[in-house]
Design a protein around this ligand. Sequence first.
Ligand code: OSB
Ligand code: MG
Length: 367
Amino acid sequence: MKIKEIELRTIHLPLVRPFRTSFGTQTSREVLIVKVTNKNGTAGWAECVAMSEPLYSPEYVAGCIDLIKRFLLPALIAKPEIKAEDVATVLKPFLAGQMAKASLETAILDAQLKDGKVSLASYLGATKSKVECGVSVGIASNLEALGNEVKSYVDAGYRRIKLKIEPGWDIEAVKYIRNLYPDIPLQVDANQAYSRNDGKHLARLDEFNLLLIEQPLDEHDILGHALLAKEVKTPICLDESIVSLQSAEDALALKATTIINIKPGRVGGYLESVKIHDLCVKSKIPVWCGGMLETGIGRAANLALAALPGFTLPGDTSASARYFKQDITTPFVMEDGYLTVPNKPGIGVEPDMDFLESITRSKEVIR
Ligand code: OSB
Ligand code: MG
């Protein structure tokens, strides 16, 4: 297709409750929304999952906007025609910006699939029409508050609970929830908060029958995760460390991870995500779809991915109401612990333009 114009818009959405992780507390979500219009007049939408600050990953919203305007967009526009399948190759010379790149590829893919009348789910190879939902639960101020929050999610039907942990909020929190819910699928996410010396401590989690420990160590410490995997019985699952197919291959070969969290933004897009999925299926490694507090735009596309057959564990694909009072699309509502995979052409959802305008903080159109 030929690109006619690109709109870069930042929006600001309050969260229904603060979300605390080992890297900080968020009370709202600033999101970069990308709209690509092609010469047919078809609009493709995507959300860039970078956060306001570079605390989870090196990317951040203002940096992504600069990268897109300064380097990524000029490289794409220099091509007389562009297919979504070629975006990653065209952008490969630029060494920064998996999340920024993913947002451009996805918006272009949305427009391309709409023109071809194909849903993202069927394009990616989805085999399910609904996906099981898990929920990520932030660090709470005390155990009782944690228990109340978890109860609200269990009562709502969530099929897997993930507790955020950090030194000082780990064994006791897990023990407390495991006592309340002896059988619920439970896992933890440390967001890199531990060090190589913490093996013995983390092994104390083994008695609680957790599905996995997500990203205990620094994102660059692949060897550390491999060493840790020998000290703890609970499976290690990498999140931040997996930034491409290559890094997934390496981490698996080094036995640093036995389960993988795939986040399309973190690995450069949905096409790279499918390659990682295929590798994991071939290697008999379970995968699940992570989340980045997405609005309905990003959530729709994540559901398409999570509908692939290798996604055998519930992901952080929660309902819109988990994070937002009002979503920018028709809300994703959970039924019996499942969300329905969109099946309209492209990502299958459109933003509510009035609401989108009302929460817009900046907007630039590049022709
Ligand atoms: O590590 O998975 C993570 C949110 C923001 C950044 C990183 C992470 C998370 C979550 C929540 O755990 C995922 C979600 O519910 O969207
Ligand atoms: Mg994580």
